[in-house]
Design a protein around this ligand. Sequence first.
Ligand SMILES: [Zn+2]
Length: 647
Amino acid sequence: MQKLVFIFSLFLFSITVKAQEALDDIVESEKKHFLHLHKSTKGGAGNSENVTYQRLEFQVNPNVKYIAGKVTTYFIPATASNFIEFDLSDSLTVDSIVYHQTSLSFSHVNEIIHANFPSTISALQTDSIAVYYHGVPTGSGFGSFVQSVHDFNAPQVPPNNTPVIWTLSEPYGAKDWWPCKQNLSDKIDSIDILVTAPDSFQVASNGLIVQEIINGNLKTTHWKHRYPIAAYLVCFAVTNYATFNHYIPFNGDTLLMSVYAYPEHLADAQSHIPDYTAFMQLYDTLFGAYPFYGEKYGIAEFGWGGGMEHQTMTFQTSFGFELTAHELAHHWFGDKLTCSTWNDIWLNEGFATYLAGLCYEHIGPQWWEIYKSQKRGAALAEPHGSVWCDDTTSVGRIFNSHLSYAKGAMVLHSLRYVLGDEIFYQSLKKYLSDVNLAYAFASTSDLQKHVEAESGKDLSQFFNDWIYGKGFPTYQISWSQNFDNVITATVNQTQSDPSVSFFEMPLPLLLKNGNRDTTLILEHHFSGEAFSFPISFLADSLIFDPHQFIIWDTAKVTRLPAYDFSFFVYPNPVKEQLQLRVEALQGGKAEVQIYNALGQLVLNGTQEFTAGRNTLQLEVKNFLAGTYQINMNALGKKVNSTFVKVN
Ligand SMILES: [Zn+2]
């Protein structure tokens, strides 16, 4: 934990900037990936088969932007069929398609391979087919398959300029470098990836290494992955990686972690080992075991500005706290449960953003309040936007960092506040382990069903207001406290967007004075609702939502005087000096009369006071023991109280 202590000692400003930069990097990277992918989503290969297994064999050289490969697909047709289709970019050349040792006729246009079987094949029977292809992947300007160099800024003289190839297969970019089915409705149950490259390079990929086979100056690295995986989460990267394994203590056992760092950043990658361990153990505790526990967790460095949550091998531009926490979090939210539509992207990104926040809460608490205020601030940048993505034709909208990321994260924090920690975490564990969703796809309504089942609450209003509805509330609170310590508060709310007529939310209020405080929760049902409740001390301030559970723009808090003129006396009983605490809207003079128990006037005088709070003294040491009534007449108002004199 040495590194964290050092980082946390940085100035607040720099922490905030770093955190925002980290989120911006993540968002920018994921947006760029999608930008390319989204352009390529027209049409798509037919999807009537259940793909059970794919064996991906690639030949690459990091010095050259080129790929040759053979992809063997095992599948079960849902219905009898005489063809099969795959997605593959037109920039790649299909050499042949082999089915039961026979070359098939095929077409390859509009990024779809259409291969005809010799005769109709039966439904519900496992079959297989192999596609041989080669070419220079074009991708977009951002690339799904990037050939580049690294350590060009390293201090070596001359610079090394080591070549590197990495893939970026967000949902619709897989076809830029391999023949696949890139839908979001059927995961590949199992894959093997065999990458052949010059033997001086290391290959990072999904799952576990089976073996490395040397053949002359070439090396084939064989990875296997035995969990269902969406095509966009399949990856590999090749360069002169410096690798190390770390064994994370995990449920009385250990979990393998494999890190593939550029050699010039190896020391930095190693310095973050305490973070990797802490994040994994925290998520394990809160959300259940790491979903790919039977294999590994890995990080491979790449040259993109940000991170990508490739299953069991995140690709990251750095090993920093928030980026690593975010990409690891996607293994629960994004990889194990993948959003079923782009409307539901917040189920990936809002959760990953929130889980990074939980790492601050539990591991770097100095950053927790900063994180929340920053995410709340980001959400406020979109007064007319919703967490749920209402326009999937706009890439900028889908990957809007204010809505899908920051607001999604803060709404989860509100949901946790409404449900309480126990129900919140328990419902998420059940959501993650739902057999219909786990290792498959989930929607916002799936999440809602789970939190409603666990809490027994109807959360439709919460989801309608905060997830489907747009904008956020602004509050105006006026309050006062009587001398019997009863607080009276009136809470008004306005909304930034007409799609929500009122944001229902329990409101936390902190009341305090110099040495005491208490927090009250108001169940707020309508604007203008008035509340009255006693507390046990005289408060001098009221703070709205002190721990940032709610997304709100401004909360104007106004204290009203309890009365135009009021007072109370203490100590009571009194021996010598009676104190009069006087509160008044404006200054003036008060007539003061004190009567004994027989109704006889024993003191008659005047006292001056100022606007606001005054403490006046009255000498009563010569009074006989007994009960007295004190009357004050000021600002046209008569008020009285009693006290007991003792000797
Ligand atoms: Zn993400």
